[in-house]
Design a protein around this ligand. Structure first.
Ligand code: ADP
Ligand code: ZN
Ligand code: ZN
Length: 665
């Protein structure tokens, strides 16, 4: 028996890029606590200040070699109840190992920050599950049967079908099945706009059993919702990427809607992919995984071809309506940003009392400033990117760091007046649309106009209620929204992403056009999509306009295979950042020479080289990519190389590791 007055010790990790565990003691009056502290967050002295840490375990005595006197005491236990348990810790260890980050960084990504503030209202006050009145189609039934069939080791499933083919309904039925069996469900949706809608549908269907987590919630509310899940009150969780970590018990099913969506990959450390984390959880916890989309990722497509994922097809539109007519139109001979074809369709749509969505993947008024006499381009002083003209603010702005200048009247290099902005953004289209259609009601939704909380929802509500004729915007208007009044979708410039130096550029463009096209004709049989492009012959444009997913992937995958890019290989990317270009160069060269002899047979290294975005916010960026047939041996080589690199590393170069990177910019 331990003396009640003996101090206890807890092991603590911090949200820092190191895999180090620190030991603290709990003061005598906390002794009783030390056994229960693990799983909670604590405030402890760390260097000169106090820092939040995650208590991952307790110990009877300090670790060997650590002097008793040097051990500091926990100042405060932040959480009254544990916010993570041993299962979460195991997942965090996996994240930390696979994505090369600190254990504390992994925990910080998993657990909502903030302090619990009492109760968070359920999505719904309805107690029980309300079954759907819909009768499933034959295809839906087949899919549901496959997903719910008893199996020792269930395969991964992919629900593949166009927008409106009833995927959501199958997801909800599968979830209902699992809940009725006493299991829990995690339902992942892309970051933007979808969450709210899906949450509402799930709240209606599953009542108090449903919980939502989204980025619009305050950290405190998120944590409170988290605890409602942990307590078992909520058993179906809908949310973006991080909801894959929801602390549900008896996980039965993870659903990943719009599987190809870029927001499933984290843009900062740990750079985890929700799909990968979901696969891990499902295999550890014996749960099923169902993904779904009209436009799968190339990775998923190949896995379906290889029968590693079981594909379930939904081929019919159940919402009525039929796939829209999609017409590619060349922009080459048009002076403004609207072709005659698009203008004519906007007019026609307005005469029918219906609505138009105009889509462009780019904010601002015009794109880059170019001098026709000497070739000068106006770029950011801190980043290697062109500045974008924002007319409403009379500034040319950098979209990476926010740097801005007043646009020059003449070329700053040669003084020529044959200089100005070319290309176009949402702001410029808005102006041209207003000029061309003064009688129509137009609203723009992009990051500039919807910065304020709730602003986007207001805009979309107005559009839904029919108060607006034309909705103009970026991605925000493209995804997941079902507007019954929409007849026409205009993609103002489809190829904005095609020129990017990234092997996924074509895949993204293809996917985006098909997704955007899916907005139209969802409820009516006469939907129309006009896709304006400067490259009408580009395969990504041709195939997306034909909604030819098979054709696109056939060509795309054979090209990926020829060039040894994913999904035929796996990548690990190292990005070096420094204010000092030479230091960045040196560090990249050093890791490259360390890694070279460690690479497994058949693997190779690309670079070191300057990143396509060579400077961001004054930091010089270099990259090294290693590439191999399988992840196992490549990952081991990367781990060993990093360990050797750590010794004698230049502290003024910041290194970022990205396992399975999705962007190479
Ligand atoms: P998806 O997720 O593939 O876009 P949804 O599941 O949202 O498709 O279904 C599209 C529309 O079709 C919805 O309005 C839904 O209510 C309706 N729907 C789905 N399944 C059926 C069905 N079996 N019978 C009739 N309507 C259905
Ligand atoms: Zn010039
Ligand atoms: Zn900049």
């Amino acid at each position: 028996m331990k003396e009640p007055s003996a101090p206890g010790y807890v092991d603590i990790v911090f949200d820092i890029p190191a895999n180090q565990v620190f030991t603290y003691k709990t003061e005598t009056d906390q002794t009783a606590l030390s056994g229960t502290v693990p799983g909670r967050r604590v405030m402890v002295p760390f260097g000169a200040r106090d820092m939040l840490g995650y208590a991952i375990g307790r110990r009877e005595a300090p670790p060997q070699g650590v002097a008793l006197g040097s051990i500091k005491a926990v100042r405060r236990v932040v959480d009254s109840e544990p916010v993570f348990d041993s299962r979460d810790l195991e997942l965090a260890r996996w994240i930390s190992g696979y994505y090369f980050c600190g254990l504390g960084q992994a925990l910080a990504a998993m657990i909502p920050s903030g302090k619990r503030t009492g109760d968070y209202p359920s999505l719904s006050s309805v107690e029980e599950i309300t079954p759907s009145p819909l009768e499933l189609s034959e295809e839906q039934k087949k899919a549901l049967d496959a997903i719910t069939a008893p199996a020792d080791k269930p395969p991964l499933f992919y629900l593949y079908g166009i927008t409106g083919s009833g995927k959501t309904e199958v997801f909800l039925r599968a979830a209902e099945f699992m809940l009725n069996q006493g299991n829990s469900v995690i339902y992942l949706v892309p970051e933007i706009s979808l969450t709210h809608q899906t949450a509402e549908a799930i709240g209606k269907r599953f009542g108090k059993a449903a919980a939502t987590i989204h980025s619009g919630m305050s950290p405190a509310n998120r944590l409170t919702e988290w605890m409602r899940i942990r307590s078992g009150e909520a058993r179906i969780v809908v949310g973006p990427r991080s909801a894959v970590f929801a602390p549900v018990e008896n996980l039965g099913l993870i659903i990943i809607d719009e599987e190809q969506d870029g927001s499933y990959k984290s843009g900062n450390t740990p750079r985890y992919h929700a799909r990968q984390a979901a696969m891990r959880r499902c295999s550890v916890e014996g749960a099923r995984l169902v993904m779904g989309s009209a436009t799968p990722s190339a990775e998923a497509w190949k896995l379906m071809q290889d029968s590693e994922i079981k594909r379930l097809d939904l081929t019919r539109r159940l919402s009525g309506g039929s796939p829209p007519e999609i017409i590619p139109v060349s922009l080459e001979k048009t002076s403004g940003c609207l072709t005659e074809e698009l203008k004519e369709e906007i007019r026609k749509t307005a005469r029918m009392g219906r609505q138009t969505i105009l889509f462009l993947n780019r904010r601002g008024f015009a794109y880059f400033y170019h001098c026709n006499s000497c070739g000068y381009e106006l770029t950011c002083r801190h980043c290697s990117v062109s500045l974008t003209w924002h007319k409403s603010r009379s500034r040319a702005i950098c979209h990476y760091c926010g740097y801005s200048v007043t646009p020059p009247k003449a070329c700053p290099q040669c003084g020529s007046l044959e200089a100005g902005f070319t290309g176009f953004g949402t702001e410029m289209i808005e102006e041209e649309v207003r000029r061309t259609f003064p009688e129509l009601r137009i609203l723009r939704a992009d990051a500039d106009t919807t910065g304020k909380k709730g602003e986007l929802k207001k805009t979309l509500d107005l559009f839904r209620s029919g108060e607006i004729d034309i909705l103009l915007g970026t991605q925000m208007v493209a995804k997941g929204l079902n507007f019954p009044g929409v007849r026409l979708v205009g993609v103002v410039l489809a190829d904005t992403g095609l020129h990017l130096p990234d092997f996924r550029a074509a895949e993204r463009t293809f996917s985006l056009v098909v997704q955007v096209a899916g907005r139209s004709g969802r409820y009516f049989p006469d939907g129309k999509v006009i896709v304006q492009t400067l490259r009408p012959q580009d395969p990504a444009i041709v195939k997306s306009c034909a909604l030819d997913v098979d054709g696109f992937f056939e060509a795309e995958l054979s090209q990926r295979e020829a060039l040894s890019f994913p999904p035929y290989t796996r990548l690990i990317r190292f990005t070096f950042r420094s204010k000092d270009a030479e230091r960045a160069d040196k560090a990249a060269a050093r890791l490259a020479s360390i890694a070279a002899p460690l690479l497994p047979p058949g693997a190779d290294a690309l670079g070191p080289a300057e990143c396509p975005l060579g400077i961001i916010a004054g930091s010089h960026r270099r990259q090294l990519i290693i590439r191999g047939k399988t992840m196992g041996s490549l990952h081991a080589a990367a781990g060993e190389a990093l360990a050797r690199y750590e010794k004698g590393r230049d502290s003024r170069v910041y290194l970022e590791v990205d396992v399975d990177p999705v962007s190479l910019l």
